[in-house]
Design a protein. Sequence first.
Length: 294
Amino acid sequence: MKSNIKKIIALLSISLIVTACSTNAKNNTKLVEEKETKKETLIETKKEINKDILNKWFQNLIKFPHGTTGSSLRAVKLLDESLNLQDYSDETINYVNKLYENSEKKSDLNMTISLLFENIKKFKSNPSEYKKSHEDAGAKFTNEKNINNLEKLVNSLYELSKKENNSKENEKNSSLSNLEKENINKFVTELEKTPNGTAGSGLQIIGTFYDSLNYASVFEEKPNLSINYINSLIPNLEKKNNFKMSLDALKFQIKEYKKDKQDYINSNKDAGYTWNPSISIEAYENVINNINVQ
């Protein structure tokens, strides 16, 4: 009898243990499932970015009023607005990068991205001084804590813009068109044939300076090819020394212009020269300074 009771108790104990283990296993499975569900929810939530806000911000980059009165103050406001984005996650960065890649106005974008990147650096170097010197912009910088996250976002765009610029440069520098070669030939010939040492040589150099700034757009679009092509022509010049004198005179005109731009333009206006450049003076000077006359 006692033996049977012991067996029954043992069986009941085993049954209780099995039931408990089964219950614990179910509970553990449930907990794991709940954790996985929460994890998936968090991941899904993280992927949910506010595309409307990002699209609006991106359009502001494209439409930034470069070269207008007050654009420097507007750049400060843009920095402040960018600090209010709040979400700077990898998903946000990837989304904004796709907006850039699909944009047809990359030239405008690249200027704004560089400007914003520059202002971020200035802000980080001395936040107090930056805010104080730009009080007129009306920026509050209530979310300046986001500056490092914003820098990461803008830096990703900045790297894309550099790749875009390099790609364009490589494309442009693939070859010179016949028209571009003709314009460069014209420029070289004018310098070679300038009657240096005569009464009218100064005015002729001014004329070459004004005209070539207008027709030699290739200097800005394909600087390296322009330099290489000009330097390839120099060994075959009949009046190489005269060309060098003209080149020096042209460099002098560039210096005079940069010394006082408006005064230079006004003083030559009376002589019949109209200032109408198609390229920047920096791009022009870059080519001139790299012409090698031996």
